[in-house]
Design a protein around this ligand. Sequence first.
Ligand SMILES: CCC/C=C/C=C/C(=O)SCCNC(=O)CCNC(=O)[C@H](O)C(C)(C)COP(=O)(O)OP(=O)(O)OC[C@H]1O[C@@H](n2cnc3c(N)ncnc32)[C@H](O)[C@@H]1OP(=O)(O)O
Ligand SMILES: NC(=O)C1=CN([C@@H]2O[C@H](COP(=O)(O)OP(=O)(O)OC[C@H]3O[C@@H](n4cnc5c(N)ncnc54)[C@H](OP(=O)(O)O)[C@@H]3O)[C@@H](O)[C@H]2O)C=CC1
Length: 332
Amino acid sequence: MAAATIRSQTEFVRAGRKLLQPWFHRFAGLQSCSAPHSQFFAPSEGIMLPAGSFNNRVAFITGGGTGLGRAMTTVLSQLGAQCVIASRKLDILQQTANEISRQTGNKVHAIQCDVRDPQAISHCVDQMVALTGLPDVIINNAAGNFICPSERLSPNGWKSIIDIVLNGTAFTTLELGKRLIQNQKGASFLAITTIYAESGSGFVVPSASAKAGVDALYKSLAAEWGRYGHRFNIIQPGPIKTKGAFSRLDPTGTFEKAMIDRIPTGRLGKPAELANLAAYLSSDYASWISGAVIRFDGGEFVSMAGEFNELRRVTQDQWKMMETMIRSTKGS
Ligand SMILES: CCC/C=C/C=C/C(=O)SCCNC(=O)CCNC(=O)[C@H](O)C(C)(C)COP(=O)(O)OP(=O)(O)OC[C@H]1O[C@@H](n2cnc3c(N)ncnc32)[C@H](O)[C@@H]1OP(=O)(O)O
Ligand SMILES: NC(=O)C1=CN([C@@H]2O[C@H](COP(=O)(O)OP(=O)(O)OC[C@H]3O[C@@H](n4cnc5c(N)ncnc54)[C@H](OP(=O)(O)O)[C@@H]3O)[C@@H](O)[C@H]2O)C=CC1
């Protein structure tokens, strides 16, 4: 029975790839997914900041049990922070917390919390205060997403993404912000959005709308709450392979090559690279950075934006021919 299910899932994925392959080649213009020039941009995945940079600090990371949240928690914990991770699935959180604590020697706490529910957030913060006190670092990383033609989207499909991403970030930020203000405690807030928060994107319209809202929320609060000692920054990542993201955005594995092909640095990002940037922005080394929006995408955004960027594919012979044609044109 299990074998039959696995076989049918494999066949389903194969069928999906086959179905999408002609579309993929026609529209992405892909010849090959290999990018030899990525050798110039090899990732450095070691920890960047000096040891102890987060000693005596508490960091709160939503969605810290998996993917990029887990990577950020690992780096902050390695740098001395006491971390608190929160999301819906307590078993996954606890497993991650135990593994990171064991690896770094610093305690990671796991608290169940659905960020869509303001009361659950308030309860989560109560638990955190009892365990660690209020945080110095807050990373709003929890998200939900799936690719879907907008004409297939139900009201609840729209609502589920807006609730996790925009409302979840707002509820978490407001709850913590108010308590920090009351306690006259400064903090660094960081939101993980995405490159298409800026451009918008078809097929992920609820996510694009919610992430754009988060960008506006964080830029606005950077202006308003500096007077309380609070910094607000945003990282907009491009594609970084995690199970959570790629299972919802590239379920057949068809689009990964197209992403790599259009990224000027020729590869996807690595969770550890994002974690180093997040740690820097959350650290005292970045105490003069607030209201910043950092695009972290190997150049993908500008690569997709420029009218003539597809001319990268033109060969030297084709250039020679075109140059001759252009130079031979007289008058307008
Ligand atoms: C590549 C570069 C840019 C990348 C950007 C990446 C951005 C990211 O955010 S990646 C993060 C991805 N991680 C996750 O999504 C993890 C968490 N996700 C989830 O838990 C689920 O996927 C979901 C977001 C759907 C929420 O799960 P929940 O159990 O709360 O909801 P459901 O009851 O399953 O669904 C709620 C309504 O949505 C409809 N729906 C779900 N999936 C789809 C789909 N694939 N297509 C269309 N509609 C979908 C579902 O039917 C429900 O609506 P309704 O039936 O009307 O009740
Ligand atoms: N990977 C990528 O290519 C990119 C990712 N991003 C962003 O990076 C962040 C991390 O994504 P990534 O690590 O890839 O994906 P994951 O799916 O691994 O991370 C999403 C996390 O959000 C948590 N979460 C979802 N819904 C809720 C909820 N209602 N309440 C609390 N927590 C919730 C999930 O935990 P649980 O299920 O336990 O609740 C999970 O840990 C997201 O903000 C995403 O938008 C942006 C651009 C690119």
